[in-house]
Design a protein. Structure first.
Length: 157
């Protein structure tokens, strides 16, 4: 005998959709072991290093990506299982909107006054990787010479 549909099985109200499992904002990704941000760190690093003229450096022991000798993203220390992950980017045109998010704050050492934003995630939280990549690209555009930005944008299309 077929099972009757419960209210939970019904379609969501108009204008509302269900999110796919594991896609809820702030919830851990079931494909990644809980508290292990190493895959996220590798993905963000690879994205930053794939931008034209990007180089990697380790001032103060932290991983940074630079273009033309200037930092465009602070990637911090490599995350350890059970530890947090964070990054800092320069968002001159959108830092105020970014700071409305619960996982962000102005970057320390006075950098926040210049539009730098730090995002930090604790174990159990799911970093919004696509948003973070967008921020890295925006930070790159703010720091890189126009010639390299043009090269980046021509390879996007």
């Amino acid at each position: 005998m077929p099972r009757k549909k419960s209210a939970r099985d019904a379609a969501p109200p108009a204008g509302k959709t269900r999110r796919a499992a594991g896609r809820r904002a702030g919830k851990a990704n079931p494909a990644r072991p809980p508290g292990d941000f190493r895959p996220v760190s590798r993905e963000l690093r690879a994205f930053a290093m794939g931008l034209p003229g990007a180089t990697e450096d380790f001032p103060w022991g932290d991983r940074v990506a630079k273009v033309n000798g200037k930092v465009f993203v602070f990637l911090g220390l490599d995350p350890v299982p059970g530890g947090p992950i964070g990054l800092s980017v320069k968002l001159p045109d959108s830092h105020e909107e970014a700071l409305d998010l619960p996982f962000t704050k102005p970057t320390a050492y006075g950098l926040g006054k210049s539009g730098w934003v730090t995002a930090t995630f604790q174990p159990g939280q799911e970093p919004p990787v696509e948003i973070l990549k967008t921020w890295i690209a925006k930070s790159y555009r703010a720091i890189a010479p126009k010639k390299l930005v043009a090269k980046m944008e021509s390879s996007d299309g």
